[in-house]
Unconditional design. Structure first.
Length: 120
């Protein structure tokens, strides 16, 4: 997968698509006006940009995703850890937990995830 980056407003727009897909581009423009205060031209400009990034597709006026929100979150997380921590998840967790303490539930969930990964 390529590099997928979105700003806050693009992310809000993307969420509208994920929650309503497949959605007619005209209906998407209407929702964007209601929820984001956008004009139709702004909707189509941002949609084209996200389609060019490979996140969505507009096929004959019907907009749908090419990747799920979960897939995008995964790719963006990998990119962040790679760019900022040399790809080291332990280095990321160490930095993360310097200022934010994990709850016992979070620690248990992380242990389950590591155990499950080891079993695969």
């Amino acid at each position: 997968m390529g590099v997928y980056q979105m700003g806050v407003v693009e992310s809000r727009f993307a969420q509208i698509i994920w929650e309503n897909e497949p959605i007619a581009s005209s209906a998407l423009a209407k929702r964007s006006e209601e929820e984001l205060g956008w004009k139709k031209s702004t909707t189509y400009t941002v949609l084209k940009r996200l389609c060019d990034k490979g996140i969505f597709q507009n096929d004959n006026g019907t907009v749908s995703s090419r990747i799920s929100k979960e897939e995008l979150d995964s790719v963006q997380s990998e990119q962040f850890v790679s760019e900022n921590f040399g790809g080291s998840l332990p280095a990321f967790l160490s930095a993360f937990t310097l200022r934010k303490k994990l709850s016992p539930e979070e620690v248990a969930e992380l242990r389950r995830m590591v155990d499950q990964y080891g079993e695969e």
